[in-house]
Design a binder for this molecule. Structure first.
Ligand SMILES: *Cc1c(COP(=O)(O)O)cnc(C)c1O
Length: 389
C-alpha cells in the first residue's frame, strides 16, 4: 500500500460523506437510554424526522441497515403466503423481492430492463386483473441506486386508486430521502422505507419506516412472526420518548443534527443542488461520448449517475485504476450490470468543487485506463456549473 495524501474521494452512492457537524454530534458521550436526557433527545428527533419524509405519521427508527427496514415494512403488514406486486427496476428491487420470499411472501415481479422506472400502467393492469384482491402490497423503489433511475411514486398511487385496489403501497426511498423530492403523505405511500447513510449524511446504522394509518391498521392483524421489527411495540414506547431496546443513541444525536442542517438549508434547496450536480454530470458523460444507463429524461436520478462502459472494457478494472491512481471510490455495477457500468455518487454533504474533483478524477481515470473517450467532459460540467451558479 502506498501512502495516500489528502482526503479520500468517497463517490459511491452511499455511504456518503459525513459533515463535521454531524461527526461532532455523534462524538458526544453516550447517555443512559432510560434517563431524562435521552427522553428529550428522542422526543426531539422523532418529531424532527417527520418533515424530512413530509409526513405527520409516526416514523419508526431501527438500529439497522436499510435492509432491516425493508423486512420490517413487510413483516408488520403482511400475512404468511400473501402476494406482493413488485417491479424490477434493478438490483435493489430484486434483492427486496428475494427478501420477501425469505419471509414467507409470494412476490410477483413485473420484469423491467434496468433502464426505466416503474411502469405505473403495468401495475394498474395487473391490479385490475386481480379481482379477488389477492395482492396485498405494491412494493416499489423510488430511487434505484443500482441504475440511477427514479420512479414516479405519485403515478403508482394513481394506478392503485384507478384499479380500485386495496393493496398497500410500500416505497423504498433508502437512497432518495434527503436528496430527491419525496412526499409520504401527499403521494399516498402507506409505508416509506429509508436508511441513514445516503441522502441523510449519516454513517450506516439507522433505518426508518414511516407508517401511514392504513399500514398501522394492517399491522394490528398481520400474522407473520416478528419481534425485533414490531411496530406496535416501537410506536407505543416512542409516544413517551422511549425505545423498546437500546437505540443507537449516538447516531440519534447525529440524526437530530442532520435534520437541523437540512431544515436550515431548506429541502427545496437541497433537492435543487442535487438536480444541478446530476445535470452537470450528465453533460460530462455526454461529452466523453459515453452513455448514461437511464434512458428516460424524466427519470434521471439526482443522487447518482450510472455510466455504461464502452464494449470490451470492464467497469470494475476501470474503477480499480481510479482507486489506485486517484484514491477515489466509484460505485460498482451490481447484479445484471456488473462490469458494465460504474456509478458516480453526487449526493449529500457535497459541493461544486467536490463534483469537479470527482469528474476530473473520472476523466483522468478514463485516460490512464485506456478507455476510449473524448476529452472535455469535466470542462463541460464546469461550464454548466458556472453558467448556473
Ligand atoms: C442502499 C440501499 C438499500 C440497502 O440498504 P442497506 O443499508 O445496504 O441495507 C436498499 N435499497 C436501496 C434503493 C438502496 O440504495
Amino acid at each position: 500500500m502506498t501512502y495516500k495524501s489528502g482526503p479520500h474521494f468517497l463517490q459511491i452512492p452511499g455511504p456518503s460523506h459525513v459533515p463535521g457537524r454531524i461527526l461532532h454530534a455523534i462524538g458526544q458521550p453516550t447517555i443512559d437510554h432510560r434517563g431524562p436526557e435521552f427522553q428529550k433527545l428522542a422526543n426531539e428527533v422523532l418529531a424532527k424526522v417527520k418533515p424530512i419524509f413530509k409526513t405527520e405519521c409516526p416514523v419508526v427508527i431501527f438500529p439497522s441497515s436499510g435492509t432491516g427496514a425493508w423486512e420490517a415494512a413487510l413483516v408488520n403488514t403482511m400475512n404468511p403466503g400473501d402476494r406482493v406486486l413488485m417491479f424490477e427496476t434493478g438490483q435493489f428491487s430484486t434483492l427486496w423481492s428475494e427478501l420477501a420470499t425469505r419471509v414467507g411472501l409470494k412476490p410477483e415481479v413485473i420484469p423491467g430492463d434496468w433502464r426505466h422506472g416503474v411502469d405505473a400502467a403495468a401495475i394498474e393492469e395487473r391490479l385490475k386483473a386481480d379481482k379477488a384482491h389477492e395482492i396485498k402490497g405494491v412494493c416499489v423503489v423510488h430511487n434505484e441506486t443500482s441504475t440511477g433511475v427514479t420512479s414516479n411514486i405519485r403515478a403508482v398511487r394513481k394506478a392503485i386508486d384507478a384499479a380500485k385496489h386495496p393493496a398497500l403501497l410500500l416505497v423504498d426511498t433508502i437512497s432518495g430521502l434527503g436528496s430527491a423530492d419525496y412526499r409520504h403523505d401527499e403521494w399516498g405511500a402507506d409505508v416509506t422505507i429509508s436508511g441513514s447513510q445516503k441522502g441523510l449524511m449519516l454513517p450506516p446504522g439507522l433505518s426508518f419506516n414511516a407508517v401511514g394509518p392504513k399500514a398501522l391498521k394492517a399491522s394490528e392483524k398481520a400474522t407473520i412472526n416478528r419481534s425485533y421489527w414490531d411496530w406496535q411495540h416501537q410506536i407505543g414506547m416512542n409516544k413517551d420518548g422511549w425505545f423498546p431496546y437500546t437505540p443507537a443513541t449516538n447516531l440519534l444525536y447525529g440524526l437530530k443534527e442532520a435534520c437541523d442542517m437540512m431544515m436550515e438549508e431548506g429541502l427545496e434547496n437541497v433537492f435543487a443542488r442535487h438536480d444541478r450536480w446530476a445535470e452537470a454530470t450528465r453533460r460530462a458523460v455526454k461529452t466523453w461520448g459515453l452513455e448514461v444507463l437511464c434512458q428516460n429524461a424524466d427519470e434521471y436520478s439526482p443522487v447518482l449517475t450510472a455510466v455504461l462502459m464502452p464494449d470490451g472494457h470492464d467497469a470494475d478494472k476501470y474503477r480499480e485504476v481510479v482507486l489506485d491512481k486517484f484514491d477515489m471510490s466509484l460505485g460498482s455495477g451490481l447484479g445484471k450490470v456488473k462490469g458494465k457500468v460504474f456509478r458516480i455518487g453526487h449526493l449529500g454533504y457535497f459541493n461544486d468543487l467536490m463534483l469537479m474533483g470527482t469528474l476530473s478524477g473520472v476523466e483522468m481515470g478514463l485516460a490512464v485506463a485506456g478507455v476510449p473517450h473524448k476529452k472535455g467532459g469535466a470542462q463541460a460540467a464546469m461550464e454548466y456549473l458556472t453558467g448556473n451558479a
